[in-house]
Structure formats: structure tokens, C-alpha cells
Write a protein that binds this ligand. Structure first.
Ligand SMILES: Nc1ncnc2c1ncn2[C@@H]1O[C@H](COP(=O)(O)OP(=O)(O)OP(=O)(O)O)[C@@H](O)[C@H]1O
Ligand SMILES: [Mg+2]
Length: 278
């Protein structure tokens, strides 16, 4: 097991992070990978809504010591495990020591995973940036509209300012043609190269398709609802690129624990986050 942690973020909200995370996890599971989805959007966690289940317990119950991580792990019918976010409990940065201890306690009871996908909340705030910095790599989701492109660049800039070795890949979602997608990629790569001396890689494109909206309304991931649609094809292809990449095997097998350890180290380096994170 590689325990490869990937954060999925954007900058601008509503670009399709949660939609992509859910369907990418299913595409990876279909390839026989063991996948955990972690809802990193503590303010408005909605991974479970897109999967179509109502969690009885969330990470809030873990913070409070009422449940262990294993208790709240939800096994979806698609073969993906989910740690549901706590809607309305936005201040992970403000966890008191006891709550942190409660979170760390149960990691050894969790199974190992090939991939841990973290759906990061929108916005370039310390909270989302620290989640990205704690993971092995970052996927930035962008739409072909100016505000999304500007905010994606802002996110890349902020991450690279803290970690110049962080791997960042682009997914351009809601495109109407490949030409449109390549234009977006060129703009982001050009500006990143010019000002950051860094060129984020393109992971791939996802087409705009009304089927996505229908699948979300039905609370059925598009890979299940409409497996032959263009976005399903696109996401399956992206998942194969990810699994085909040569990986550096990690020395240990506790990716989620590592992720949180780094997460809290990042917090210690940025104490002001305790007050400013949302
Ligand atoms: N490829 C697509 N084609 C058509 N519509 C899409 C596509 N991807 C996403 N959408 C639409 O965009 C909306 C927002 O998607 P989603 O909730 O995944 O975004 P998000 O980035 O997670 O938002 P937030 O920042 O609020 O967490 C969805 O309700 C869906 O209707
Ligand atoms: Mg979301």
C-alpha cells in the first residue's frame, strides 16, 4: 500500500472539487485500489451528500471522544471508505489538546489504503493551504473562467511559497472543448513560470455535461449514474494516469496519521491560524 495522500483544492468555490473527489475515488476503486476519502471541508462537509448517505457519526464525534475513527468510517456501496466531515465544525485549527488526542488515538485501528483523497474546502485560507501542504501532492481544480484561473494561480503561489517541492497538478473541469482547456492550462503555466519559476503539470480535462447536475440531484456519483458519459470517461482516464505513475514507496504504512502529524506541525509553524482559519 502506498498511502498516497492527495489533496484536491481550488481557490474559487463551486468548481467541482467534491464532484471530482467522489468520482475519482470510485474510478480508483474500480481499478482495485483501496481508497479513503477524507472530507476536509469542516465548515460545509458534503462528501456524503454526493455519495448519497447520511452519516450517523462524523469526525465531530471523534474530536469529542464519543467515537473512534473506525466507528465513523463509512463503507460506501461503491467500495470506497469515507470519513465524513463535520458540517458546522469549521475550526480544526482551534482543536484543544484533548480533541487532538482523540483524533490521533484511533489511527492504528484504521485499515491501510492505496490512496487517501482529501476534499479541501474552497478559499485561499490557512486552513485549506495547510491541508494541501500536509499531503504528498495537490490537485488544483480549475474552471475556464477568469476568477477561477486567478484563484487557482493564487492557490499555487501560496502553496509554493511554503513548499517549493510540492507536486501540483491541474484538472480543468467544465470545459466545452479541448482547445478551451489547453488555453486555461497555458495561462496558468505561463504565469506560474514567469512569477514562480514553476510549471504545474496538467493531469487532464473534464467536459461540461448536464448529466453531472442530474447525477448530483439524484445523489448518485456520475460513474454509477451515467458511466458512459464524457465526464465519467474523463475521470476514468485521469485515474489511470494517476495509477500508472511511478511512485516512490513510502517507508511506513500510515498515510492518514502522517497526514495529520504534518497538518499539526504546519499549524505550529503558523500559530496565527488558530485565530484566522475558517
Ligand atoms: N463537469 C461538470 N459539468 C457540469 N456541471 C458540473 C461539472 N462539475 C461540477 N458541476 C456543477 O458544479 C457544481 C459544484 O460542484 P461541487 O460541489 O463539486 O464544487 P466544489 O468545488 O466542491 O464546491 P465548494 O467550493 O462549494 O466545495 C455541482 O453542483 C455541479 O452541478
Ligand atoms: Mg465541495
Amino acid at each position: 500500500m502506498n498511502n498516497r495522500t492527495i489533496s484536491i483544492c481550488s481557490g474559487k468555490g463551486g468548481v467541482g472539487k467534491t464532484f471530482f473527489t467522489v468520482n475519482l475515488s470510485i474510478a480508483l476503486a474500480k481499478q482495485g485500489k483501496k481508497v479513503l476519502v477524507f472530507d476536509g471541508d469542516f465548515g460545509l462537509g458534503n462528501i456524503n451528500v454526493l455519495f448519497g448517505f447520511v452519516p450517523k457519526q462524523t469526525i465531530y464525534n471523534v474530536f469529542k471522544g464519543h467515537r473512534s475513527l473506525r466507528d465513523i468510517l463509512f463503507h460506501t456501496s461503491e467500495g470506497v471508505d469515507v470519513i465524513p466531515g463535520a458540517s458546522g465544525y469549521s475550526q480544526i485549527a482551534n482543536l484543544v489538546d484533548e480533541e487532538r488526542q482523540n483524533l490521533f488515538k484511533g489511527f492504528s485501528e484504521l485499515p491501510n489504503y492505496d490512496y487517501i483523497l482529501v476534499d479541501v474546502g474552497a478559499g485561499i485560507n490557512q486552513n485549506s493551504i495547510s491541508l494541501c501542504l500536509s499531503s504528498d501532492e495537490v490537485i488544483v481544480v480549475v474552471n475556464p473562467e477568469p476568477a477561477s484561473i486567478t484563484d487557482a494561480y493564487g492557490t499555487i503561489k501560496t502553496i509554493r511559497a511554503s513548499d517549493t517541492s510540492k507536486k501540483i497538478k491541474l484538472v480543468i473541469n467544465k470545459i466545452h472543448s479541448e482547445a478551451e482547456g489547453y488555453k486555461v492550462v497555458k495561462r496558468i503555466q505561463d504565469i506560474s513560470e514567469k512569477f514562480l519559476s514553476f510549471k504545474p503539470d496538467l493531469l487532464g480535462f473534464i467536459n461540461y455535461d448536464i448529466e453531472v447536475e442530474k447525477s448530483i440531484k439524484k445523489q448518485k456519483p456520475i460513474l454509477i449514474f451515467s458511466p458512459f458519459s464524457k465526464p465519467s470517461e474523463n475521470i476514468t482516464r485521469l485515474s489511470k494516469i494517476l495509477t500508472g505513475e511511478k511512485l516512490i514507496e513510502t517507508q511506513n504504512n500510515n498515510g492518514l496519521l502522517d497526514f495529520f502529524k504534518k497538518r499539526f506541525k504546519v499549524l505550529e509553524k503558523n500559530p496565527e491560524e488558530r485565530n484566522s482559519a475558517s
